[in-house]
Design a protein around this ligand. Sequence first.
Ligand code: SF4
Length: 433
Amino acid sequence: MNVYDSARMADVLAPLGYRPVDRPDDADMVILNTCHIREHASEKVFSELGRLRRLKVEKAARGQAMLIGVAGCVAQAEGQEILARAPYVDLVLGPQTYHRLPEMMERLATRGGRVLETDFPVEPKFDSLPQSSAQGVSAFLSVQEGCDKFCTFCVVPYTRGAEYSRQVAAIRDEAVALVGQGAREITLLGQNVNAYRGDGPDGTAWGLGALIRALAELPGLERIRYTTSHPRDMDDALIDAHRTVPALMPFLHLPVQSGSDGILAAMNRRHTADDYRRLVDRLRRARSDLALSSDFIVGFPGETDIDFEQTLALVRDIAFAQAYSFKYSPRPGTPAAGLDGQVAEAVKEERLARLQSLLEDQTIAFNRSFLGRSVDVLLDRPGRRPGQLSGRSPYMQAVHVAAPERLLNTTQRLSVSGAQPNSLEGTLERACA
Ligand code: SF4
């Protein structure tokens, strides 16, 4: 989402004469687009700001001005604190206000001072954004923002606000533009993307399944993905889309967080471990080769050894293709931060190591199951070595192949010849002269 938002900020700033550069040294303005999910997010922002302050001073000594902005969820959550602790920051803006960047720049230029924009404006941000610039063969498209779930560990409902879904027609127009600029794969984005309920052209509210079905009809769009989903919002129409829409890739990131019903309740996830198992059964009946990925938090307040064993049991039952797992760390302002029963760091570390070992075994087994098989890979970037290209399989595995550069941005059928924990190697099935 932040990659997408950063690209959209560049789109908004382009008419003012700004263009992206590779290094802060070459920039007239640096915007840190921040994420509040990871541990120590704000400390990392302040340490990065310290580096930028030194650069700003050096450039000022050379007679060059450089504006510094902070955007994203840390800006939303800690805007006042940033202005107070970092007096050299010119601009602080939340994730819902970046369409107003031109006005903010105008204010800085005419009135001076500093700008703080962290409200949730009534006008929809997306209606005020210019057309997306080209993102390449694999593009992101934001369809939904915000979240109403209020999981007790999560800051998103406070930093991104209430759930908001874009209209189907606007999404379709943006998808058409992206495909026209060369995209063959589009990943639909939302903090809780499968809660999507957008106004459809027929005057009814469309869910994500109907939206995917409509986008799959666009000529030239080969692949559709979506992220991130909540198990409770996986409705019949979306499951059916996995059964019947070939362009919808057989990979689903579906966070579960824990396998213990007690911990799931304390997290306010509003589903049980067996609800998740049943949902995965339904999804796999719809699409038998569906690869699943998930998020896990270990050491949530009150988590006992038995709770943790239940998480391991769920992982064994499901068999994930990929996963992200973290030790619980309190986020200021979230309900879980004040809960009794905070788990000792050493216990969290030991549990995380056991969970990650199991998840890694599953990823390796999943990748090895492809040895000797054919996969279609969208080659979207140069490889790590000369003469190599890389891309993604339908199941989101990174795949590397020796291939001529002219095959960049095409989909090729590869025979899988090697499987590592984080990637596959393949050979082109049809030799290309
Ligand atoms: S559903 Fe996801 S984004 Fe929403 S509160 Fe829970 S963890 Fe955060």
